[in-house]
Design a protein around this ligand. Structure first.
Ligand SMILES: NC(=O)c1ccc[n+]([C@@H]2O[C@H](COP(=O)([O-])OP(=O)(O)OC[C@H]3O[C@@H](n4cnc5c(N)ncnc54)[C@H](O)[C@@H]3O)[C@@H](O)[C@H]2O)c1
Length: 270
């Protein structure tokens, strides 16, 4: 169902890799709500070709950008403004990459070069995106920028490894840049802290299925799906949330504030 919440708005969506991606579902929902979209992903992801299906489905051009390359980002924002014939209203940063996680290095044995890249791709990239938009004055007043995060930024989930530190940095940049962008240009910046979700990035975490099942049992509403997350993104891009900024918003069925559930107690009593 569409409520026309984003009628006439224009946005850049980073990170749609395949149909499972949170960014993919969000792009579809934003399109259904009336927004014009530019899709972006790293050149290596574009070579997979999946994104072309989405591009056709929602009539959105694809402009490649490695999110750690400032020239790529500059080109993306300039081309997007040319495409739309003006400034944009929203950005979704749906990007994550843990090199130590991917290569199976334990947190205590971290390779620091890989870690440097992890922090750059997964966290500093939000600063890079905001800085590019800021320098080009590319976002309309009351625009909305969202990045996706995970509760391992606040509490320990051992197998989430270096990504926990990356998410803590991402959330800090959200507050720090959010202050300046709000103060100078009335642009808001927030993170959504999503339930574990079966996607390519999610499934890269060791013991992921255990993670998902545990979170499901520990959440009064159950885990939030990628589709639920897409709906939340729509609301956060809309004018209904104009005064929300610099926040980390838990979107996890209540997991973050639950100490224990009846289901878990019953499991422990067995
Ligand atoms: N899946 C989960 O359980 C979960 C939970 C909470 C938060 N998140 C976050 O949601 C976001 C989206 O992840 P997803 O689960 O949809 O997985 P996904 O694998 O579909 O998306 C990750 C995206 O990051 C992109 N990316 C990686 N390196 C890049 C680079 N250098 N430049 C540009 N793009 C790059 C990938 O190409 C991919 O499209 C990530 O920030 C992730 O950490 C995921």
């Amino acid at each position: 169902m569409s409520y026309n919440l984003l009628k006439g708005k224009k946005g850049i969506i980073f990170g749609a890799l395949d149909e499972k991606s949170i960014a993919w579902k969000t792009a579809i929902r934003c399109h259904e709500e009336g927004a014009g979209i530019v899709l972006s992903n790293a050149p290596v992801a574009l070579r997979m070709g999946e994104i072309n299906k989405l591009s056709e489905q929602i009539n959105a051009p694809v402009i490649g950008a490695d999110v750690v390359n400032m020239e790529d980002l500059n080109n993306l924002f300039i081309k997007s403004m040319e495409h739309f014939g003006g400034k944009i209203d929203f950005v979704l940063h749906s990007i994550g990459m843990g090199l130590n996680v991917r290569k199976g290095k334990h947190y205590t044995e971290m390779n620091y070069e890989w870690n440097h890249k992890t922090l750059d791709i997964s966290a500093m990239s939000l600063h890079r995106v905001l800085r590019t938009a800021w320098d080009l004055d590319a976002i309309n007043d009351w625009g909305s920028v969202l990045a996706l995060t995970y509760i391992a930024a606040q509490r320990v989930f051992p197998d989430y490894n270096e990504m926990a530190d990356a998410k803590a940095l991402l959330e800090s940049i959200t507050r720090s840049f959010g202050y300046h962008y709000g103060d100078k240009k009335k642009v808001r910046v927030n993170t959504i802290s999503q339930s574990p979700t079966k996607t390519t990035a999610g499934s890269g975490v060791k013991g992921f299925d255990g993670f998902v099942n545990y979170a499901e049992k520990m959440s009064p509403l159950g885990n939030a799906t990628a589709e639920d997350c897409a709906n939340f993104c729509v609301v956060m891009f809309s004018d209904m949330t104009r005064m929300v900024t610099m926040q980390n918003l838990f979107h996890d069925g209540g997991f973050s504030f639950t100490g224990v559930t009846q289901g878990v107690i019953e499991m422990m009593e067995k």
